[in-house]
Design a protein around this ligand. Structure first.
Ligand SMILES: *Cc1c(COP(=O)(O)O)cnc(C)c1O
Length: 463
């Protein structure tokens, strides 16, 4: 299996090299040359299997020669062993034909653990084979960073630096990043918003001297291996509700378009997904784009669902690549317009393609709070604000004969203030992390400046 860049001019890579490099050298994102298919019989055979076995069968065709069957199975087993639920991604029922896919039983209580725990193991396996050392730098709106730190802390061949927007992550998110004592962990609070963190990260990847000098590796949701790990739970959920014999629909709380893109890949592999719905908060560039055809940034407004406070959704580029007929030059031009003019207009053909693939909706802050309160009153379900955005949009779509599965992307205890304000109940952290608020924090504040960041990283690595 080979991976190509969405901008058409970077070298084709293996799964392992696409995973280790993250962003392609032409600024694009890696996607598989072709998407492997699972037949209806192969999908039906997933019913009743443990999560780990489904994970192996879904991911194996994408991994090619990069890992042996035994290595991949070992990585999967270690990745999910620390989850707080044996089903890993259990389904609960919210209402008639409306289901909630609980993706928050990992070590940092958000769905990011599914991908991050696995790529921690895959990096470790690949690097200990080659004896190489890499520097992981990630940008986070809160959950990616804590998941990355949890996955990579203490690993021998890796240093991990996480940029988060100063003052814009929840206290639980911040503490999960600043309290691990391992020396290879570096939490950096940047003076800016998440888009600034993501922009500086891209700048580092595009500065080849620095990139090669420190052997930069990326684990943001642009990393193909992360998308792949997330494809798995679309299969386990759909099969539990009767796929491939009956179709299902999904609503996905969306920020960087990584999680929903995994659903798109599951559908391309042959999983019968009827509707795939993008749910955004008030930072609704994706909903506006799907409605109007204009992809235009207008600044981030902080919300109670901070992991979705994003205006430039990196993974959207991957689906643009497909709806533009895999024309890397066309995608490169759109991304150039985005950078220089703050947006672009999607062509008529491409917007029709996008609308055939995705539904969309948005939830305001008031609607999100009202959904948290109502879910608590009528279903006894305490939702995190991100999951509430999903539930509101799913209900507004109208839940018909096809089961609707809304992804619950984080545990309510990760956002206790917002949940308490809306539902009047303060969610407790699971006992295994009850001492989070008394651990010591370690964090470095940095300016929104490429030079300053690069010097800091080099200095830390020299120690
Ligand atoms: C990251 C995150 C999202 C958004 O996921 P994307 O893959 O960026 O679209 C939604 N909810 C929570 C809790 C998250 O951590």
């Amino acid at each position: 299996m080979k991976y190509v860049s969405t901008r058409g001019s970077a070298p084709t890579l293996s799964f392992e090299d696409a995973m280790l490099s993250g962003l392609a050298r032409d600024g694009g994102l890696y996607v598989p040359e072709t998407v492997p298919q699972l037949s209806a019989g192969e999908i039906a055979a997933l019913a009743g299997l443990p999560y780990e076995e489904v994970a192996f069968r879904v991911m194996w065709p994408f991994v090619g020669e990069s890992f042996t069957e035994e290595e991949l199975r070992g990585c999967i087993a270690r990745a999910y062993a620390g989850f707080g639920h044996d089903a890993r991604a259990p389904l609960t029922q919210l209402g008639p034909n409306h289901f909630l896919l609980e993706l928050f039983h990992g070590p940092t209580l958000a769905f990011k653990d599914f991908a991050m725990q696995l790529i921690g193991q895959l990096f470790q396996t690949a690097l200990s084979r080659s004896g190489e050392r890499v520097t992981i730098v990630g940008a986070t709106s809160g959950d990616t960073g804590s998941a990355a730190i949890e996955a990579f802390k203490g690993l021998g061949n890796v240093d991990v630096f996480i940029l988060f927007p100063h003052g814009r992550v929840s206290e639980v998110q911040r503490r999960q990043m600043t309290t691990p004592p391992e020396a290879n962990v570096h939490a950096l609070a940047l003076d800016g918003d998440f888009d600034d963190c993501q922009a500086r990260l891209k700048d580092m990847f595009n500065h080849f001297d620095f990139r090669d000098g420190v052997r930069l590796a990326g684990v943001n949701s642009i990393n193909w291996a992360r998308v792949l790990a997330q494809v798995v739970y679309y299969f386990t959920a759909a099969v539990s509700l009767g796929a491939p014999h009956r179709p299902v629909s999904f609503t996905v709380p969306t920020g960087n378009f990584g999680d929903i893109f995994a659903g798109y890949i599951a559908r391309q592999m042959g999983l019968p997904i009827e509707r795939l719905v993008v749910a955004t908060n008030q930072n609704d560039i994706l909903h506006r784009c799907l409605t109007t055809g204009e992809y235009r940034t207008d600044g981030v407004t902080p919300s109670i669902s901070p992991s979705m406070d994003i205006q430039v959704s990196s993974n959207f580029e991957r689906v643009l690549f497909d709806v533009y007929g895999r024309d890397g030059k066309a995608v490169a031009q759109l991304m150039d317009e985005l950078k220089t003019q703050g947006g672009f207009t999607v062509s008529q053909g491409a917007i029709e393609g996008l609308r055939a693939l995705f539904g969309s909706g948005r939830a305001s802050e008031d609607e999100t709070r009202a959904t948290i309160a109502r879910a608590q009153e009528t279903m006894g379900e305490l939702l995190c604000p991100h999951s509430a955005v999903g539930v509101k949009v799913a209900e507004e779509q109208g839940i018909g004969a096809t089961p609707m599965i809304t992804l619950a992307t984080a545990h309510p205890a990760k956002f206790p203030d917002a949940v308490e304000a809306a539902a009047g109940i303060r969610p407790d952290l699971p006992p295994r992390m009850a001492d989070l608020f008394t651990r010591d924090e370690r964090v470095t504040r940095v300016a929104n400046d490429l030079g300053a960041l690069e010097s800091l990283i080099k200095e830390r690595l020299a120690k």
